[in-house]
Design a protein around this ligand. Structure first.
Ligand code: ATP
Ligand code: MG
Length: 429
């Protein structure tokens, strides 16, 4: 992508209305713009990151055997009356009427809709177990939308729903999602702490939240430092992690005899990026979902639901990965892999060399943002640092005459002079 033809509105000043660093950086680096309280437009660079996170989430859901579909954002109130949640949900639900005076709502979650879809499509025990998911926008009219996309009113969520014939099967599905979550966050370069969570109004008896540690996190969590030693690729990771103590402060305070020795008990702030629940027959029973069992008798399926805050993750990753110059994207979700800088646009030799390198990068399928604008070198460097692209390739007059380019690693700050071919090889071209 040539920056001279792109849409990347960077801000020089730190916006005063943004309180936390991820929100400030998302505005400065041109990722998002607020269009109303808690509602954001995703600008091109922000959208690239959002899509990459969604793709990674999708990859791990698919690997865990979950099946993707897409449910609408708008739902009917009648559906929610079937579970009894229409009245229970409260003012976070955005409700409105269509032209025929039918009561509608913008979905804050999809348990009702998926249960109805499954109920109306499935008859036999042979159709279970199944886990279905979608990645779709949600709306919750939060009292205090804040911290940018971290607590928005409109936000992108991956929500999965499992259907099993018995409780043991339900737990297998739950653990498969637990493992998928560990893989998903690890693939983004994040270490997520799974915290035992209360099940709240959704009901049921098994639930974990996944928290990214960050000082600006809204939750305070207490956990056994042994959690940090668990390797998430260990096949036993789920059983190890679910048996190590980790609680949100509110729950921790209710524990009278904390099993963790004081020197191992850590207290940190966390950002909730995922949440998994097992809630048994809460929705299947209330909404009349039943299948014929192997013995011919009706069975009420056991269900779970599993959310990941896809748009919240964009902010959470920045909270975990930045420095004073800007964002430092983990490579797997970076908007571009390479930022190509022409230090002297307008100089014929530099233009030819940079254009040629850009063509080679494109040919090699390496996602590149090419700063070909007529700007000072300092501004170009600062821009690339701010946007946080993992590798910067610099074409300047001295290098051009010597036949070399400079490659800078954003994370470590290391710089090397290399031939074009060596640089391409290093970048995987
Ligand atoms: P929170 O406690 O942060 O309000 P929640 O427990 O109400 O979240 P869930 O119903 O568990 O949220 O939703 C699943 C995931 O969706 C959360 O783990 C979070 O990552 C994300 N999420 C929830 N609310 C928001 C929001 N207002 N803005 C952005 N992401 C959100
Ligand atoms: Mg939650």
């Amino acid at each position: 992508m040539r920056l001279s033809r792109y849409f990347l509105p960077l801000l020089k000043e730190t916006p005063t209305d943004a309180q936390i660093v991820s929100h400030q950086l998302m505005l400065r680096a041109g990722l998002v713009r607020q269009t109303s309280a808690g509602i954001y437009a995703w600008l091109p660079v922000g959208l690239r990151v959002l899509n990459k996170i969604a793709d990674l989430v999708r990859r791990e859901q698919d690997r865990a055997g979950a099946i993707e579909l897409l449910m609408p954002t708008i739902q009917s109130a009648d559906l929610w009356r079937q579970s009894g949640r229409y009245d229970a949900y409260g003012p976070e639900m955005l409700r409105f009427k269509d032209r025929h005076e039918r009561e509608m709502l913008y979905g804050p979650t999809n348990e009702e809709m998926i249960t109805a879809l499954f109920r109306d499509s499935v008859r036999s025990y042979r159709d279970l177990p199944r886990t279905l998911y979608h990645i779709q926008w949600k709306f919750r009219d939060e009292v205090r939308p804040r911290f940018g996309v971290m607590r928005g009113r409109e936000f992108l969520m991956k929500d999965a729903y499992s259907f099993d014939l018995d409780e043991a099967g339900g737990k297998v599905s739950y653990n498969a999602m637990f493992e998928a979550y560990l893989r998903t966050f690890a693939a983004m370069g994040l270490k997520a702490v799974p915290v035992r969570a209360p099940t709240g109004p959704i009901g049921g008896d098994m639930s974990h939240e996944f928290h990214i540690l960050a000082e600006t996190g809204e939750s305070e969590i207490f956990y056994d430092s042994a959690i940090e030693d668990v390797d998430v690729t260990d096949p036993e990771a789920v059983s190890k992690l679910s048996s190590i103590y980790a609680m949100e402060a509110e729950e921790h305070e209710k524990v009278t005899n904390c099993p963790v020795p004081a020197e191992r008990l850590l207290s940190r702030r966390g950002i909730e990026v995922g949440h998994i629940f097992f809630f048994g027959t809460k929705y299947s029973a209330s909404m009349g979902l039943s299948v014929q069992g192997q013995d011919g008798k009706p069975v009420t399926p056991q269900m779970g639901s599993y959310g990941i805050g896809v748009s919240r993750l964009v902010g959470a990753v920045i909270e975990a990965c930045h420095d004073e110059d800007g964002i430092i994207w983990p490579e797997a979700i970076a908007p571009f892999k390479v930022g190509l800088i022409n230090l002297r646009s307008g100089d014929a030799a530099c233009d030819v060399a940079a254009d040629d390198l850009y063509a080679k990068l494109q040919h090699a399928g390496i996602e590149t943002l090419y700063d070909d604008r007529d700007e000072r070198g300092g501004a170009k460097f600062a821009g690339m640092d701010l946007i946080g692209i993992p590798w910067q390739l610099v074409v300047g007059p001295k290098g051009v005459s010597a036949g070399v380019v400079e490659l800078k690693h954003r994370k470590t700050g290391e710089r090397h002079e290399l031939s074009v071919d060596a640089a391409l090889e290093k970048l995987g071209g």
